[in-house]
Write a protein that binds this ligand. Structure first.
Ligand code: ADP
Length: 460
């Protein structure tokens, strides 16, 4: 039996908080925002039905990470469920457990799933058991220098050092030769310790210029799981995504189908529920390898929504309430009823200045003219007149997602809307995004993860 929520607290900020408030509003659920002192004037908090400042006397990041404070606030305000968004507490299994212990539903997968899939080493073991190909690597944390050296010698260079708890491209190093291995390992480990508080590291073979392909999945609490096709997220800088699109049309349909099936195999093997993304790398011979599961909503979920017509965030809430995928509320009768229609591209408009090595700019936005129109969706976080961009949080201003019947027109719509978008007061990456959209390789859909690095003219 489904239990309807009356009130949801969003333990996040910026565009994703607004995205979730909107879904709550559409479902007739009251929304609660939390905000730090630094976010006192931020747009997102005004989009919720109620908002409360948290993190008094704490750093800007700690405000969104204090489980005790967030849970006790939720309890005192009569909240039924917490949506963690992405980043912050979204993959924190302890947070999920403590929410449930306090009678608050965590809108995400179960504690057990977060435990087995939230860690990159453990999730590779899950993938192997499900008979899904993984990148050759060690299957436990590296404890001694010799373990790392032995693996690299056997597998051959280049290798990649990664943090088990990694995210956002942090705690990761490519190592080309033996003498660089130990220093790189130490650097990556201290970066991981700082970023995640956990310094378990592992090592795997480095694939040369693969494509990054990921599959959106959605499962209910009764074991029904579907995929919402794949996204191509190969346009990356320092292992971070900048532009994403769907479908990954440059790959043969059989390869895409195999990848989606493998994503389902992994999800089914752990009885995954709620929304999640299974990520793969695809090499130049079209072999695919599992890399990780992101057990949460992702920044680029918008493209999958536009080509399938499925509201992923509403579905997350309904699943957490206990609805089945084939219920009237969610309306996904079977995999065959998930129909892919057209092409969609998401551009992340950020305050990063490509001319200055993508350093995030800060300041107050004094001009903001929006680009919109047919086929363009905007998810605004910090893009509006008067918005104060601080150095404390990510540099995303607005996500611009286009949709059309052809990839060519989706590009044209993105370019047109980016041209309409006028921002002054902070530097943005808009000219850089337009250069990528104009490149022939992007238009063919064939870019791999080395594309930006290998095309310095994109910075002109
Ligand atoms: P994070 O969780 O920090 O985002 P991921 O494991 O998802 O890290 O990897 C991010 C990106 O790093 C990938 O999309 C890919 O470009 C690159 N990458 C990760 N592992 C490898 C590998 N073994 N070989 C080549 N590139 C890799």
């Amino acid at each position: 039996m489904a239990r309807k929520f009356k009130k949801i607290l969003v333990a996040n900020r910026g565009e994703i908080a607004i995205r979730i408030f909107r879904a709550c509003s559409e479902l007739g659920i009251r929304s609660v925002a939390i905000y730090s002192e630094e976010d006192n004037t931020a747009l997102f908090r005004t989009k919720a039905d109620e908002s409360y400042q948290v993190g008094f006397g704490k750093t800007p990041l700690e405000a969104y990470l204090d489980m005790n404070e967030i849970i006790s606030l939720a309890k005192s305000k009569g909240v039924d469920a917490i949506h963690p968004g992405y980043g912050f507490l979204s993959e924190n299994k302890e947070f999920a457990r403590r929410c449930e212990e306090n009678g608050i539903t965590f809108i995400g997968p179960s504690y057990e799933v977060l435990d087995s899939l939230g860690d990159k080493i453990k999730s590779k073991i899950v993938a192997k058991k499900a008979k899904v190909p993984t990148i050759p690597g060690v299957d436990k944390p590296i404890r001694t220098k010799q373990d790392a050296l032995d693996f690299a010698k056997e597998a051959g260079y280049p290798v990649m050092i990664k943090a088990a708890a990694g995210g956002g491209g942090r705690g990761m190093r490519i190592v080309e030769k033996e003498e660089d291995l130990i220093p790189a390992f130490r650097n990556a480990q201290s970066e991981a310790k700082k970023a995640f508080g956990i310094d378990d590291m592992f090592i795997e073979k480095y694939l040369k210029k693969p494509k990054h392909i990921e599959v959106q999945i959605l499962g209910d609490k009764e074991g029904n799981i579907v995929h919402l096709y794949e996204r191509d997220c190969s346009i990356q800088r320092r292992h971070q995504k900048i532009i994403e699109f769907t479908p990954a049309f440059s790959l043969p349909i059989e390869v895409r189908e195999r990848i989606c099936e493998d994503a389902l195999k992994i999800a089914n093997s752990v009885k995954y529920y709620n929304a999640g993304t299974v990520e793969f790398l695809v090499d130049s011979d079209l072999n695919h390898y599992f890399i990780e599961v992101n057990p949460r909503i992702q920044v680029e979920h918008t493209v999958s929504e536009l080509v399938t017509g499925i509201d992923i965030v509403q579905s997350q809430i309904l699943i957490a309430e206990g609805y089945r995928l084939d219920s009237e509320e969610i309306g996904i009768e079977s995999q065959d009823s998930v129909i892919l229609n057209g092409y969609s591209i998401q551009c992340r408009v950020t305050t990063e200045d490509p001319a200055n090595n993508f350093a995030p700019d800060t300041g107050k936005i004094d001009v903001y003219r929006s680009g919109s129109g047919f086929g363009v969706r905007l998810d605004v976080g910090n893009g509006y007149v008067g918005s104060v961009i601080t150095p404390f949080y990510d540099s995303l201003l607005v996500k611009m997602t286009s949709k059309s019947r052809t990839f060519k027109d989706a590009i044209n719509k993105s370019k047109r809307a980016l041209k309409e978008l006028k921002i002054s007061g902070v530097k943005t990456n808009i000219p850089f995004l337009v250069n990528v959209l104009n490149s022939e390789q992007f238009q063919q859909g064939t870019c791999n993860t080395g594309f930006i690095e290998n095309n310095p003219q994109l910075f002109d």
